[in-house]
Design a protein around this ligand. Sequence first.
Ligand code: AMP
Ligand code: MG
Length: 429
Amino acid sequence: MRFSRLDCRRRWSDDQGVVSVGEAVEMILKEVSPLPAEEVRLLDACGRVLSEDVRAPRSVPPFPNSAMDGYAVRWKDVADTSVDHPVTLRVVEEVPAGYVPKARVTENSAIKIMTGAPMPRGADTVVRVEYTRSLPGEVRITRVDGPGSHIREAGEDIRKGQTILEKGKLLTPADVGLMASVGKGRVRVYRRPTVALFSTGDELQEVDERPKAGKIVNSNSYTLSAWIRQTGAIPLRFGIVRDKRRSLAAAFRKALRYDAVMTTGGVSVGDYDFVKEALGDAGVQMQFWKVAQKPGHPLAFGRIGKKPVFGLPGNPVSSAVSFLLYARPALLKMMGYRNLFLPVTQARLEHPIKTSAGVTEFIRCRIRRQDGQNFASSTGTQGSGVLRSMSIAQGLIVAHENETHLEEGAEVTVIVLNPQDFLQPEMGF
Ligand code: AMP
Ligand code: MG
């Protein structure tokens, strides 16, 4: 199960520009589509999505070959073999895998053959080595498995020209190997979006600067770059922009040559929150600027041409949650993905939680596994500036708009934040 359009309807406000979580997801995904394709080498193809069907340029196996270590023979010569009536054949050649037999198998002769070696002319059957005894220049056969046994025919797995992978397939390591096996060294996939990332705020400084009075580190830029990268897109960090409408607009204009634009901060109602206006100045058509959710209520979304522009909130948790809910699925869609949402699981609440009516709340939680069940408990204070709670959290409990409290023991939906980290022991190996 995945988090998508959870039952989140608008019911809260007539305030223009406010949308529900479900509406926000829908509006954003409507605006984005897969980027044009590019050709990549096989080793860069894993995790990318095919933009065209892949047909096999060669057959697999490319030639008939032996499926066993043994002897290539004519069935006619060995058909009557049994333990009591062994047959002895002349061995005229030995073919290891990777070499082509020179001789031909003729009456009462055999060629010793290894797994994967091409079948010699004249032979129609392979007798496995376990049923034979080697003698000088000869082989004694005591058992056979039947006519035509242990031969892999050319094209048995894949025929030349056959479609082996379809457009839209998310490429796995096995797919990469499969393409290699048919000699397909390059492949066309949807391009990865470049994301121009700005942090706005006079209070910000960079991580390697000496701490200055009144300043905090621009941590959002790192959180978001890491998420963007984990999503498979390409973050381009444009650093810090001051809270001035003109500097913001100038910075945003430069960013519009990339596939997506992402800003943090400056989208709420403070005296220095100019991002929305500055995006407008830069030509971005704003679609909404508030979502009925917590955290991350102020959240601007617009587009310029086909490019999405995300004005994420400044608070570290709000921007991270908003990224996961909205920007991540959009970037995945741009890369051709069909599964756009984080996985969800069901869990029992370990304690009651009060929630606000009219907004969808995402409560950071730990997930404990016991007797085949998940148990979710809040990470504690849910302040949207407490990034550590996001680091501790394994999931986000979803509390719907119409709920005001969740009871202890209630079954809740939890968005799994780091599926790799959330081990379900009985599924582990
Ligand atoms: P704003 O949305 O601009 O009002 O920012 C809200 C709060 O988020 C600010 O007071 C900062 O504490 C914090 N904040 C804003 N931008 C960043 C950032 N890039 N990195 C870390 N914290 C930030
Ligand atoms: Mg600010």
